[in-house]
Design a protein around this ligand. Sequence first.
Ligand code: SAM
Length: 212
Amino acid sequence: MRQRHRAWADDFLRNNTNLVIPEPEKQKGHWRELFARDLPIHLEIGTGKGQFINGMAERHPDVNFIGIELAKSIIVMAGSKIKNSGRTNALLIHADASDLTELFAENEIASIYLNFSDPWPKKRHAKRRLTFHTFLQQYQHILQPGGEMTLKTDNQGLFEYSLVSFSSFGLELKDVFLDLHDANDPENVMTEYEEKFAAQGQPIYCCRAQFT
Ligand code: SAM
């Protein structure tokens, strides 16, 4: 069963190289050329099964989206969603997002989304958190001046840590929600994890911050 699933994922990646871009490091500095229209590029890190990127691409036809996801069996689900929707303003990268400067040139990205990133709660794993200062340095490099990042999480510890990390790095906090759904933001597009946690009654923490 597992073998069949893996074969399906391999087939999907082989047959959809215009959607899940192989050898993404070769596109560094040239991502805009892969889209049908030349528009600002927004990047989601840890795309999961693709509900967010697909929903955002539908809601914002004036933005090009790229999603990065490490797990092969998961990224093909995101790929299927985008493919079935017929949208041309979303692409995927099957890669580890540990060094984004290998994948993107300076100023190539307009906005970054971190949705329900792994919290790495142990102190000795702090440097793996996607809001650790070494990641913020990478984001600052690939983002255009004044670029924004948006963090959504159910994890209070990661949220508190990230607010401190953003502030220490000099980011300007634009919006902070301790319960995003209570705020009823009509612009919010839910992720798979967000739906699950919200259904359990857990608050969704959200922060939008800008590099100055
Ligand atoms: N964003 C989705 C959501 O909110 O429903 C999925 C959240 S899930 C907790 C975290 C996702 O990030 C997983 O699919 C995992 O494979 C991916 N991920 C974790 N570390 C990553 C990395 N270094 N590079 C790319 N993806 C990563």
